[in-house]
Design a protein around this ligand. Structure first.
Ligand code: ADP
Ligand code: NI
Length: 206
């Protein structure tokens, strides 16, 4: 019972804090990652309370330029967890998982809880929802969907700071190969097929 109360309390704090975020990083992102993590926990070892707490707090700070947001989220998480009666051992594991989850830092988390958080977060970047997030992120930076002269970057270097479609090749199609857990990998495989179908279709349409 105590566990549920602690998780509910974290959920309230996060919902309030992420109220004004863009759709690629709002409270619904956190809840989708939460459900992904619950699914992964069914078939992998790992302390579910620590995994779900890390999930709830993983994007608590997400600034526009994205610099060091995982590190900053880990720091703020420590304070929130302390206020909610988590033990110092629990706080260490959760805060390390948050610090190491970010894609851009390229770290492999050292604990199973961290590995599950990273897999659950990455799953939300692929599949149908991943497509929505990529175009939303790109659109909020006022970037075009694709390069009209060379949409599939046949004769140029990939640049996902310029074209949304480049992000699929730069990052999204690589995630399946980077999953930490067996369950995460099999879920990623299904979602990657959705990306590939989408790319096939968009090629016909543009
Ligand atoms: P995460 O939340 O997985 O740590 P980010 O904060 O980098 O990753 O990205 C948030 C969402 O925006 C993800 O779905 C990601 O794929 C997408 N995204 C990130 N960078 C780009 C980009 N340059 N172009 C299009 N989509 C992007
Ligand atoms: Ni996230």
């Amino acid at each position: 019972m105590e566990i549920m109360t602690q998780l509910e309390s974290l959920k309230k704090i996060v919902k309030q804090k992420l109220k004004i975020n863009d759709p690629a990083h709002d409270f619904e992102h956190v809840m989708r990652v939460y459900r992904n993590a619950e699914r992964i926990c069914k078939t992998e070892s790992g302390n579910k309370k620590l995994v779900l707490s890390a999930v709830l707090l993983h994007d608590i700070i997400k600034n526009k330029n994205q610099k060091n947001s995982a590190q900053k989220s880990a720091k703020l998480a420590e304070k929130i967890l302390k206020d909610n009666n988590f033990s110092s051992n629990e706080i260490d594991i959760i805060s390390c998982a948050i610090r190491d989850h970010s894609y851009s830092k390229g770290r492999i988390p050292s604990t199973i809880e961290g590995k599950i958080l990273q897999d659950a977060d990455r799953l939300d970047a692929i599949g149908a929802i991943g497509i929505a997030r990529a175009f939303s992120f790109s659109g909020s930076n006022k970037r075009p969907f694709y390069d009209p002269k060379d949409p599939f970057s046949k004769n140029r270097n990939l640049n996902d700071n310029k074209w949304a479609l480049d992000h699929f090749f730069k990052k999204l199609l690589t995630l399946e190969g980077k999953m930490n857990t067996k369950t995460g990998k099999s879920l990623a495989k299904r979602r990657t097929k959705i990306l590939k179908n989408f790319l096939k279709e968009i090629k016909n349409e543009i």
